[in-house]
Design a protein around this ligand. Structure first.
Ligand code: GRF
Length: 208
C-alpha cells in the first residue's frame, strides 16, 4: 500500500513518524510512506520526514488565489505519487472537495478526542483538550475516521479512550493521549492494509 501523509505548517510529525516506523518494521504490512506533503516548507514534520529519507513536497494554499486552485495543485501532486491511502496527520485545513472526491474512502484523519464530540472547524491541537477538560468529561480519547467534505464528520474507523484525571490540564491530557493516538492510527492503517475495513450503508465495518 502506497501511503501519502498530509501535514500542516505546525505539525510536529509524531503521528507521521509512528506511521513511517510501523511501515518500516512491517507492523503495517506491505506498505510504504511514499510522500509527505505539507502546507509550508518550514514545517517540523517535513524536516523529520526528510531525516527518514521520505520525499517531501509543499503545496502552500497561500500561494493560490482560491481553494479550488489549491485543490487542483494538491491533486496534481497526489497524482504523481499515486497513493492507495492518504493519511492526514496534523493537517488542520478542510481538505479541498476535489481531493476528497478523487480518493473516496481512502483518506484517513486522526482527531484527539472522541468524535462526534469536540470536533469541527477550529477544533484542533490544544483547543480540543482545553474543551474536554473544561467540559468536566471523565473520558476522552482519539478517533480515526474517513475524511469527507466537512470537518471531523466522516465515518469512524477506530476509537480508543483515555481517562481524564481530576487534576488533568489540557497539556497533561494531551501528553497521555499522544502514544495512544500513535497506536490507534497505526492499527487503523494496518486494518486497511489487511483489507479488513469496508463500507456498508455509509458506515465503516471493521473485521475483527
Ligand atoms: C495530533 O494530536 C492529531 O490528533 C491531530 O493533530 C496532532 C498532530 O500531532 N490531528 P503530530 O504532528 O502528529 O505530533
Amino acid at each position: 500500500m502506497r501511503i501519502a501523509i498530509l501535514v500542516s505548517g505546525k505539525a510536529r510529525g509524531s503521528n507521521m513518524q509512528a506511521i513511517i516506523e510501523a511501515c518500516q518494521q512491517g507492523v503495517i504490512p506491505n506498505s510504504e510512506v511514499v510522500a509527505v506533503i505539507g502546507t509550508r516548507d518550514e514545517a517540523p514534520a517535513l524536516e523529520k520526514a526528510r531525516t527518514f529519507g521520505i520525499p517531501t513536497s509543499v503545496v502552500n494554499p497561500k500561494e493560490f488565489p482560491d481553494e479550488e486552485t489549491y485543490g487542483d495543485a494538491l491533486l496534481w501532486v497526489l497524482g504523481k505519487v499515486q497513493p492507495d491511502l492518504i493519511c492526514l496527520a496534523g493537517y488542520v485545513r478542510l481538505l479541498p472537495k476535489q481531493v476528497v472526491e478523487a480518493y473516496p474512502n481512502r483518506i484517513l484523519n486522526i482527531h484527539p478526542a472522541l468524535l462526534p464530540q469536540f470536533g469541527g472547524k477550529g477544533m484542533y491541537g490544544m483547543r480540543v483538550h482545553e474543551a474536554v477538560v473544561a467540559s468536566g468529561a471523565k473520558v476522552s480519547g482519539c478517533t480515526v475516521h474517513l475524511v469527507d467534505e466537512n470537518y471531523d464528520t466522516g465515518p469512524i474507523v477506530l476509537q480508543r479512550t483515555v481517562e481524564v484525571l481530576p487534576d488533568d490540564t489540557p497539556e497533561t491530557l494531551a501528553q497521555r493521549l499522544l502514544p495512544i493516538e500513535h497506536a490507534t492510527y497505526v492499527e487503523a492503517i494496518r486494518l486497511f492494509a489487511e483489507g479488513k475495513v469496508r463500507m456498508e450503508n455509509g458506515r465503516v465495518v471493521v473485521e475483527a
